[in-house]
Ligand binder design. Structure first.
Ligand code: ZN
Ligand code: ZN
Length: 673
């Protein structure tokens, strides 16, 4: 008999060969029906997989949403692959993981068939529903590598046969079989899966699109067809998600960026943003705001070199670990041509060392710290930089201004003594909270990413740093459900644990933007030290921290969060004075000049167009305030004020009233306090 410990503390004796499903059945028929999979000694497993000894067991039901979703999505990927092979015999399978909102599977269609298209999706969906309705058991089998390879060769699956040979020899490999009795379909898979295809809700998924993807992500390899789907636990969740997608498409920062003339991107500068005047106004407002907040919080702003040579990147460890993401530039003037058109040798400056554009600001800040002797009294030292960094990422990974190759961080490094760490992290949490609220986000989650398996440093160091971050969040009063407090085992950086701050936007999406992490490795590598009260040398702890992350991505999030309807202090054009009749042109100019004099970003629209046409156009450009003037307003010294998106009738007031109201409203939130 095996002893199976349950979450409520009770222990059940189960005969050898029994499974978590048997335990569920012994507890009651309700649970037997609801149980989707099992957590055995902390590992998610098939509910039909027999226990191997005394174990702890927690049954997973749809109430364990995170685990349940991942299982269901993986099942859908298998169902998709089976459906595609049923409909299109000869199609080869490759990989099909779960994603954040569903799943995908990469297929190699036959040459005659060609790549799949969106037109194929309805038929594939219908076939998937047939596979689900057949309620086929998903059975785990353990094979050896040679047998798996032969199986795939026999079935014409060359991609799978290639892949399996890269798995370590001698280790058992799991295959998942779908079918009653004989296998209808089979895939090499680590699992786990639900007990049968009928366990997923046939109305809780939708195939969304097809795209090309190279075998193993390498452009030298064959192009595959990647079919994406979104999948949920039930139809209600799916419907909510589809509404969210629709809403997200309306808010897409690339679309709004064009409508409001904020920025553009073009192939000549892949992954770098061309900010237009309107977009750069928002950037400048945000930067000025962040600078005021940092100044007030005791940070000192610095500016460090864009290019540093290889020696520096070797010392910091980036040359070894991070080189493939760095843009590398030789320190030479390439070549000139003489009169005969022959190339001359490069003109060397210095030793023609290799230089790299900085991918991060951290090493340079330590170099500033290292200038002169620091004493314990100099700490904490907070060095901030709106640092422009470059990271080389594949073109396919780029997305609008959200994922770019040139970006500017609201970066800072705080050098602290051990006894200052908690206090400093508390202060950071408070500052970040206030910044997010000022910028229109009132919900965010705090997560603590704990030590990964592969890491630097001693266990004592990790124990201490993790506990310090935990203590700090508790001291800031934010280790609560309201703040989505959660610990994420294994997700820390290799040198340190970190706090992550995940913003929730207006349509419920989350974005990780803020972070703070403790680091003792880099100060060690670059030999940063201070003289302690005891007169001896000590290493400072370095805190890497950002609140908005990068300007580019954060502005993308801001655009989508507000759907372009920025609060007045951020809006690129705050007001437009527009006329009903041309008689009022001079008056409109006069009103605009008065507003401009008070620092309001104002335009006039004196075109001879119908007022409704003008109103529509400015509302598409998301201008917050329209001041409409006609003959009567000119005579009476008034304006008729219309707010963007407001159903209220326009408000008539005197020019002076309007100006003081607009000026008051356009003050940044930190300056109002
Ligand atoms: Zn699988
Ligand atoms: Zn850093």
């Amino acid at each position: 008999m095996f002893k199976i410990a349950l979450p409520d503390g009770s222990v059940r004796e189960m005969p050898e060969g029994s499974t978590p499903a048997d335990v569920a059945a012994a507890i009651g028929p309700g649970l037997a029906k609801a149980a989707l999979a099992a957590k055995v000694d902390g590992e998610v497993r098939d509910i039909m997989r027999p226990f191997e000894g005394d174990s702890s067991l927690a049954l997973i039901t749809s109430r364990d949403e995170k685990d349940a979703l991942e299982l269901v999505r993986h099942d859908f990927a298998h169902i998709l692959a089976e459906a595609v092979q049923n409909l299109f015999p000869g199609t080869q399978i490759t990989f099909g993981p779960a994603t954040d909102d569903g799943f995908y599977y990469d297929f190699a269609p036959t040459a005659e068939r060609g790549q799949f298209t969106d037109e194929d999706l309805p038929a594939i969906e219908a076939e998937m529903r047939r596979v689900i309705a057949a309620d086929k058991p998903l059975v785990r089998e353990v094979w050896d590598r040679a047998k798996v390879r032969q199986f795939f060769i026999d079935h014409g699956e060359t991609f799978k046969a290639e892949w399996v040979m890269e798995l370590p020899e001698g280790e058992p490999i799991t295959m998942y079989k779908t079918g009653h009795g004989e296998a209808d379909w089979m895939d090499l898979c680590r699992g786990p899966h639900l007990a049968s295809t009928g366990k997923v809700d046939p109305n809780a998924f939708k195939l969304t699109r097809v795209s090309g993807a190279y075998w193993r992500g390498d452009p030298k390899n064959p192009m595959l067809s990647r079919i994406y789907g979104t999948a949920w636990l039930n139809k209600k969740q799916l419907d909510e998600h589809l509404v969210r997608l629709e809403e997200a498409a309306k808010r897409d920062h690339r679309k709004i960026g064009q409508e409001m003339d904020l920025f553009h991107l073009q192939a000549e500068a892949h992954g770098s943003v061309f900010w237009h005047p309107n977009g750069y106004i928002i950037w400048r407002q945000l930067e000025a705001y962040m600078r005021r907040r940092l100044d007030a919080a005791g940070y000192e702003e610095v500016k460090t070199p864009q290019l540093m040579d290889a020696r520096q990147w070797e010392r910091s460890g980036h040359w070894g670990k991070y080189r493939e993401n760095m843009f590398i530039v030789p320190d030479e003037i390439p070549h000139g041509s003489d009169d005969e058109g022959e190339d001359e040798a490069p003109i060397l400056s210095g030793d023609a060392d290799l230089m790299a554009l900085k991918p991060m600001n951290c090493p340079a800040h330590i170099l500033i710290f290292n200038q002169g002797i620091k004493s314990y009294r100099d700490l904490p030292l907070r060095l901030a930089e709106f640092g422009c960094c470059h990271r080389n990422e594949p073109h396919g990974a780029l997305h609008g201004i959200m994922r770019v190759r040139q970006f500017t961080q609201d970066d800072a490094h705080i050098f602290v003594r051990e006894d200052q760490l908690v206090e400093e992290v508390v202060a950071f949490c408070d500052l970040l909270d206030s910044v997010y609220r000022d910028l229109g986000f009132d919900r965010y989650a705090i997560k603590l990413a704990l030590r990964p398996d592969k890491r630097f440093g001693t266990d004592e160091m990790w124990d201490w740093s993790e506990q310090s971050l935990r203590d700090a969040v508790a001291a800031a009063g934010r280790n609560t459900e309201e703040f989505g407090w959660e610990e994420l085992p294994g997700e820390g950086a290799f040198y340190a644990p970190k706090l992550e701050f995940h913003l929730s936007d207006a349509i419920g999406r989350t974005w990780q933007v803020g972070t703070i992490q403790t680091d003792t490795v880099l100060p060690e590598r670059l030999d940063a030290s201070y003289i302690g009260e005891d007169g001896a040398k000590h290493r400072p702890i370095m805190l890497h921290r950002a609140i908005i992350g990068t300007f580019e991505r954060f502005l993308g999030i801001l655009i989508e969060h507000h759907a372009g309807k920025f609060p007045l202090w951020l809006a690129p054009v705050q007001a437009v004075v527009t006329t009903i009749v041309s008689d009022a042109d001079d008056y409109a100019r006069e009103v605009a000049a008065k507003l401009a004099q008070r620092g309001i970003r104002v335009d006039t629209d004196l075109r001879n167009e119908k007022i409704n046409y003008k109103v529509r156009e400015h509302s598409l450009k998301k201008v917050p305030l329209l001041l409409v003037v006609g003959k009567r307003e000119a005579e009476e010294g008034t304006v008729a004020l219309r707010r963007l998106g407001s159903e209220e009738r326009q408000l008539v007031m005197t020019v002076d009233e309007a100006i003081s109201m607009i000026v008051e409203e356009s003050i940044a939130p930190d300056l109002k306090r």
